[in-house]
Design a protein around this ligand. Structure first.
Ligand code: AMP
Ligand code: MG
Length: 402
C-alpha cells in the first residue's frame, strides 16, 4: 500500500500545466474567472478633459465676481466637435461633455440663472473647479488588473472603460464523469430487486462544478470492459480530465481495471486510506489526459475526489492549494489501523471560538444518511487507531458552491 500523500504527489507531478483561453469582456462569462496575465491600459482615462457637472464652461478670470456672459451654445455628452471658448464668453456644458479649449472652470448650473442666450453667474468661479482632466485616473501602461485576479463585476467595469474587449484567463478543466455498474439506474427510475440509484455520477458532476471546473459529460456505463474502453478513447480526445467510479477493486466484474490494466498507462494502487483504498490514475491518449479511476462506494468516491481530484483540478485551473485547518475533537472514535482515515465530520465554532469536530456516527464507505450534518473531512493519521476527545486533527472542508 502507498500513502495518500505519495499517491497525490505522483498525480500532481503528472498533471498538465494550466491552459489559457481568451474570453470576451462583455456577456458575463468572465465572471469568477482567473486572469492568466496582467492587464495594462492602452489608453488614458479620462480620454479627454471633460466637465464633472451640468453648468457653464468659463475662463475663471472672467467670473471673479457675480456677472453676466453671452452663451455661445451647448456642449452635450458625446459632442465630438473640437470647440474653443473665447475670453468673455461661455458654453453651456453637460456632465461628461468635452471641455472647450481655453475654459479652465465649470460653474454649476445651480450657481447661475440657467440662461440660454446669456447667463448670470451668482458667485465667482474657481480655476480648475468641476473639471475631470485627461489621464487623471489611468495612464497608458498602468496596471489595471494583475494576473491571478478572480474577475468580479467591478473588474469588468475597469476593463470595459479602458476599451479592453478580450482577456486571457486560465481555462476551466473540461471534465467527463463516468459511473460504471450493471446495478445502477438513474435517479427517478424504478428499481428492480438488486438495483440501486446512481449517486456517484450526479455527485461527481456537482463536485466538478463546485470545484470551478467544467462538466462536459456525465455518462453511465454497464459493467462491460469494451464499453469502458470505447468511452475512454472518445473522452480523452476532448476532455482535460476523466473521472470514473466503480469497477476498480478485486471483484469479478471490475471492468474499469480490466479495460485499462493492459494498456499500462494507468497504475492501480492500494492506498492506505479509509475510505478509498483502491485507486487508479494515469495519462491516456495522445493528449495525455489525466484519468482518475475512483472506487464505487459513494463515500470512497466523495473522499477520493477531495483528496486527489480536487487538488489536481485546482492546479490545472491555476489556483493555489486549498488551506487545511486544525480542529479539536469533541468525542472520540476508532480508526482502522495502518490506514489514514478521512472521517465525515461536522465542524463548528464553540463559544470560545475553537473549531470543534463532531463525527458522523457511521463511517462505512456506503453510509450517507448522516451526510447532511457533515461539512468537512477530518484526517486521522495512519498511526492513530483511537481518536480521543481533545485531539487536534487536520480538516478539509467539503466543497460547496463557490
Ligand atoms: P465497485 O467499486 O464497482 O465494486 O462498487 C462498490 C460499491 O459501490 C457497490 O456497492 C456498488 O453498487 C456501489 N456503487 C458503485 N458505483 C456507484 C454509483 N455510481 N452510485 C452509487 N453506488 C455505487
Ligand atoms: Mg461495480
Amino acid at each position: 500500500m502507498i500513502s495518500h500523500d505519495d499517491h497525490l504527489a505522483r498525480i500532481l507531478a503528472a498533471a498538465p500545466a494550466p491552459r489559457v483561453e481568451r474570453l470576451a469582456v462583455s456577456g458575463g462569462s468572465l465572471l469568477g474567472r482567473l486572469l492568466a496575465a496582467d492587464v495594462r491600459s492602452a489608453v488614458e482615462l479620462p480620454a479627454f478633459t471633460n466637465s464633472a457637472m451640468d453648468g457653464y464652461a468659463v475662463h475663471s478670470a472672467d467670473v471673479n465676481e457675480p456677472c453676466e456672459l453671452p452663451v455661445v451654445g451647448d456642449i452635450a455628452a458625446g459632442d465630438t466637435r473640437s470647440l474653443s471658448c473665447e475670453p468673455g464668453s461661455t458654453w453651456r456644458i453637460m456632465t461628461g461633455a468635452p471641455m472647450p479649449e481655453g475654459a479652465d472652470a465649470v460653474v454649476p448650473v445651480e450657481l447661475t440663472d440657467g440662461g440660454v442666450e446669456r447667463v448670470r453667474f451668482e458667485a465667482a468661479a474657481t480655476p480648475g473647479n468641476h473639471i475631470r482632466h485627461a489621464g487623471e485616473d489611468v495612464r497608458v501602461g498602468d496596471l489595471l488588473l494583475p494576473r491571478g485576479t478572480h474577475v468580479a463585476p467591478h473588474h469588468v467595469a475597469v476593463l470595459a472603460s479602458s476599451g479592453v474587449t478580450q482577456v486571457d484567463v486560465v481555462a476551466r478543466p473540461r471534465v467527463v464523469v463516468v459511473s460504471t455498474g450493471d446495478e445502477l439506474r438513474a435517479a427517478g427510475s424504478e428499481l428492480a430487486h438488486g438495483q440501486i440509484h446512481d449517486s456517484n455520477g450526479p455527485m461527481l458532476a456537482a463536485l466538478v462544478e463546485a470545484a470551478g471546473a467544467q462538466l462536459v459529460e456525465q455518462v453511465h456505463l454497464p459493467d462491460d470492459a469494451r464499453a469502458v474502453s470505447q468511452l475512454l478513447e472518445r473522452a480523452v480526445e476532448s476532455a482535460d480530465v476523466v473521472i470514473t467510479t466503480g469497477g476498480v477493486s478485486a471483484g469479478a466484474f471490475d471492468v474499469v481495471k480490466e479495460a485499462l490494466i493492459d494498456a499500462g498507462d494507468v497504475t492501480f494502487d492500494k492506498v492506505a486510506m479509509q475510505p478509498g483504498k483502491p485507486q487508479g490514475f494515469g495519462l491516456l491518449g495522445e493528449r495525455r489526459v489525466p484519468v482518475f479511476t475512483l472506487p464505487g462506494n459513494p463515500m470512497s468516491t466523495l473522499v477520493s475526489f477531495h483528496v486527489f481530484v480536487l487538488p489536481t483540478l485546482d492546479a490545472m485551473g491555476g489556483r493555489p492549494p486549498r488551506e487545511c485547518e486544525r480542529a479539536v475533537v469533541e468525542r472520540g472514535w476508532t480508526s482502522p489501523p495502518g490506514r489514514a482515515q478521512f472521517a465525515r465530520v461536522a465542524v463548528r465554532r464553540d463559544d470560545s471560538g475553537r473549531l470543534v469536530i463532531h463525527p458522523n456516527s457511521r463511517q462505512g464507505s456506503h453510509h450517507l444518511g448522516e451526510l447532511a450534518e457533515a461539512n468537512a473531512l477530518a484526517l486521522v493519521p495512519a498511526d492513530v487507531d483511537v481518536v480521543q476527545a481533545d485531539d487536534e486533527l487536520d480538516i478539509q472542508r467539503l466543497l460547496t458552491k463557490e
